[in-house]
Design a protein around this ligand. Structure first.
Ligand code: HEM
Length: 428
């Protein structure tokens, strides 16, 4: 199938199935969105300081095809729906490959603002529609879909069920238990993950739901997480978002256009591990509960000492402005930034891309809220693991948080062109 055909599938009536085309007024958004694709992509790749991600029109599309998967270095959207899937015991290598091919086509369509398959309202009323329909009329909303493969895909209970055991990257370690962890198995692990980010939660949820629908019988959702209020930015010129503790989060993060740092710390390079991971990245997901009621009773001084930064401006201790270089000696030695800064860790860096969450209450009158921490790195053994070991040991922040969920995934390089599929290099 050529590019044009794959990207523009036809309705039974012969017209292209674009969600936006369904509603007339949104037509203007198509042109705006198309123009914005170029500007967003160019900003990510070329400019020294990318323009504010928040300024991107909601209709914008983030290109699905490319050297790296979108959703890692591309500008962070407002909303998240993250899903971890288990592969069924009945699945075979063939059924898994078939599903991944279908997923890839659906992902290319949805990230382009189009309906899945023959759409939500096909000509035949005798079968369930290919697309569940709740995103009809909505623009692409900068939807990105990023896939990762968990340890259980390569080997489960000593069983090399898909013949992939020898292809497991050494960097895809079983994460060690860290001090203070209180992990819920129901919110941890998973054989495959999909990170869906978009500016509209309905678009992100629609994407996960439709992939789950396609995968029925082959995979099932193990756990999923909704997120809002991004807590990190890959676009430094955008206003730094605040986390649920009220602090600016993402001030010193890896910028999505900083190719040198991305190459050194985020993308797996040739020779790092198996070839199929070259250009990919390792993702650690941690559900981190915040004891917000305790935090809210802590004096401002304690709160600022926790991070080593001021609450209002976000300036490092001893400095006036948010982006001034931190003087670690001016901060409490057990503050989060003094412990996490690269200068205190032999230069190691991770790309943070987390979101806030609130999932109702815990039955004891407290909010079940926190940070759904997502971090991408070139080799987890040299990044998240030593960093978290250090933080778990002495971070003042530990008085107010607890890690309650954990997962680790190998996210391969991007799908470069139509016809290629997610996992092709791994299974090929
Ligand atoms: C609920 C948990 C957490 C909260 C609320 C939190 C919050 C923050 C805040 C407010 C900053 C300072 C602003 C900035 O530079 O972004 C920061 C920096 C940072 N955090 Fe966290 N964080 C959390 C968990 C973690 C974890 C689990 C890790 C890694 C294992 C981590 C790694 C970092 C790093 C590397 C920096 C940048 C330090 C620097 O270079 O100055 N954080 N975090």
């Amino acid at each position: 199938m050529d590019a044009e055909n794959e990207q523009q599938h036809q309705t039974p009536a012969g017209s292209s199935v674009s969600r936006r085309a369904v509603i007339g007024w949104a037509g203007a958004g198509v042109a705006l969105g198309a123009a914005a694709v170029g500007s967003v992509a160019a900003a990510t790749r070329q400019d020294d300081r990318a323009p504010a991600a928040a300024a991107a029109p909601a209709a914008a599309e983030v290109p699905f095809y490319g050297e790296h998967q979108a959703g890692i270095a591309t500008p962070v959207q407002d909303r998240l729906h993250f899903a971890a899937f288990d592969v069924s015991e009945r699945a075979t290598r063939e059924s898994l490959v078939k599903m991944l091919k279908e997923w890839t086509k659906a992902a290319a369509a949805m990230t382009g603002g189009r309906e899945v398959g023959t759409g939500a309202v096909p000509s035949s009323a005798e079968a369930p529609p290919d697309d569940t329909g709740e995103a009809l009329g909505l623009p692409a909303s900068r939807l990105t879909l990023t896939i990762g493969f968990g340890p259980g895909l390569f080997e489960k209970d000593g069983n090399d069920r898909f013949g992939l055991k020898a292809r497991r990257p050494e960097a895809l370690v079983d994460l060690p238990t860290f001090k203070g962890d209180k992990l819920d198995p129901q919110r941890s692990g998973g054989d495959i993950c999909i990170q869906a980010c978009a500016d509209d939660p309905q678009v992100a949820v629609h994407a996960i739901r439709n992939l789950a629908r396609i995968g029925m019988g082959t995979v099932s959702i193990r756990w999923s997480q909704l997120g809002f209020g991004k807590t990190s930015s890959t676009t430094p010129d955008a206003q730094t978002p605040r986390n649920l503790m009220g602090f600016k989060d993402g001030t010193h993060n890896i910028a999505g256009n900083d190719e040198g740092t991305l190459g050194a710390h985020v993308w797996a390079a040739p020779g790092d591990g198996p070839d199929w991971m070259t250009g990919g990245s390792y993702l650690v997901a941690r559900r981190i509960r915040m004891h917000v009621e305790t935090w809210d009773r802590a004096p401002l001084k304690d709160q600022e000492d926790t991070f080593g930064r001021t609450k209002g401006e976000g300036a490092p201790y001893g400095k006036a402005k948010e982006f001034d270089a931190p003087d670690l000696a001016a901060m409490p030695a057990n503050s989060h930034v003094a412990l996490a800064h690269p200068d205190a860790n032999g230069g190691l860096m991770i790309l943070r891309r987390g979101f806030s969450y609130t999932d109702g209450t815990d039955g004891l009158g407290r909010l079940d809220a926190g940070l759904f921490f997502l971090a991408y790195q070139r080799d987890t053994r040299k990044a998240f693991v030593p960093l978290q070991q250090r933080l778990a040991g002495s971070d003042k922040l530990n008085e107010y948080i607890q890690h309650v969920g954990s997962a680790h995934f190998a996210c391969p390089a991007g799908v470069r062109k139509p016809g290629e599929w997610w996992g092709q290099a791994l299974f090929g």
